[in-house]
Design a protein around this ligand. Sequence first.
Ligand code: ZN
Length: 281
Amino acid sequence: MRRVDLALLSPLLAIGAWIAIQAHDVHASAAVRQSAAALDEPISAHARATPVTFASSLERRVLRNRPATGDAATIGPEVKRSREPAPMRDIDEIHRRLMQNEAGTYINDILLARDSNVARWPDRTSRPLRVWIQSASTLADWNPAYANQVRDAFSTWVAAGAPVPFTFVVDSSAADVHVTWVDHFEEQISGKTMWARDDNWWIVDANIAIALHHNHGEPLDASAVRAIALHEIGHLLGLDHCVDTTNIMTARVRVRDLSDADKATMRLIYALPPGSVKEAR
Ligand SMILES: [Zn+2]
């Protein structure tokens, strides 16, 4: 095995181990299973059986009239300890901001999926998230331009007002976020975001895997890779699936760019503290 192969293997193995851990956790949690059932659109049985990650499916435009290939749901993540301080929470102010800003968003879809909880990154304007994007791959049909598509997707969210700055690093061991490539998923999906939160619903960890091929083997092109990346970064930022298929965060991605609702929903999430919008802690 060449050196480059070994270098790539380690993050992939780490992600594999992480998924295995998550699969264990989801079976241990009735609450997580309940959440999955509540939010799923029709999806494949296999996707339901592995509801521990975000996932998206993206079909080519020419395939639009075919039955959707299905998409896994967004399910509660691993809960980790963190050193982030508890957020300031004023339930009256939370309700006021929700009422004032929910128009034009799909915040209610997200709250339904998360048992009324908001998940988001802490304010870290002075601490950009360090993102490592796998910049070489021996997988069939991988294209170096795909890394640029992912970088562009991160920049697009920041330009939309995401108060989570990103910086791209070349050393994977120094990164907070890893973006890796897989040939295809066994499920009928094209991307996964694996994330963790702390007890306060601060997002503390996230990694993304993007497929190069549909589940049935057809290659995904560069614009599809960018759309998948936009969808997965939306998950990374704390968004969940929405019903309206004109948004990038719909379970079965049909569009290629962020909608006004995608942007407004993200901005609303970052105008709220993490945690429940139903009651004070
Ligand atoms: Zn998704």
